[in-house]
Design a protein around this ligand. Sequence first.
Ligand code: ASP
Length: 341
Amino acid sequence: MINRRKFLSVSSIAGASVLLAKDSFAGLPALETFIITGNPIVISTWDFGIAANAAAWEVLKKNGRALDAVEQGVHVPEADPKNRSVGYGGNPDRDGKVTLDACIMDEFGNCGSVAALEHIMHPISVARKVMEKTPHVMLVGEGALQFALEQGFQKINLLTKESEEAWKKWLKTAKYEPVINIENKSFSPKKLPGNQYNHDTIGMLAMDAKGNLSGACTTSGMAYKMHGRVGDSPIIGAGLYVDNEIGGATSTGVGEEVIRNVGSFLVVELMRQGYPPEEACKEAVMRIIKRKPDTAKEIQVGFLALNKKGEYGAYAIQQGFSYAVCNAANQELLVKGKSYY
Ligand code: ASP
């Protein structure tokens, strides 16, 4: 019998997802039994998706709305100073400023987004306010901050001592160089802990008990980017897309390549054509590889998708893309095995 908290490696087939033993489950509350009417599920990117899913599940298990679940879920990495690629404690840009990108989308096709937002712990909640309180979809920079403060968000310093020290060290060479983000140690050639990778995003997709879908995506973007650089994560259709009739998709990795291919929208459109989630993600990855094969070898881009039936899948350019899945039966971490490269 497989112990829910200690998954053993079950497969290493090329391209397959592998269940791994994961210490990070320790300390998380056991899944409780609630009377749930549908088949709620939440999935999210990377190892830190486990803790984020657990927070989202707190909403879903009470038959809460998927939109609330994804917002609550991504709050966890946003507030975690040890997470150096999302929210508070995120790596700064080359000028030492932590600028955050985030977007959110609900079951009605409503969406909100903020880009290059400074000084706010939870950009996802500002994005939700943009969606709910303004006639706009996206606010950026100073305007986004002004709006956040008007809405009562607190102004804080997002640059932690650790991130500042790392940035000062980087300034000695000042070479902008995305490190392929393979968080999971089993696949990482460099054996770096997750928080040392210089880019990552939490993209989260949830289906609630009513069968409604929502998604959220939030990041501090590429470490040491140019000031003002915006990635894919706050761009509806690139970093996130949700169509309540079909499914949702989200992305992580070098955002420029995702934007060029309108990645998440593409994944959802492929699912509309009948592709299963993993196949849709694979096709979106292949478009990136086909368009820029030399660039693709050196970078990571991963897509994660959930369809209306609750089926999910992922695909990435490089092996080692991990994603977390949580439903009434399980919470688990899956890691993509050998992919294209
Ligand atoms: N997609 C993010 C960006 O380009 C970074 C990442 O997910 O690794 O800003």
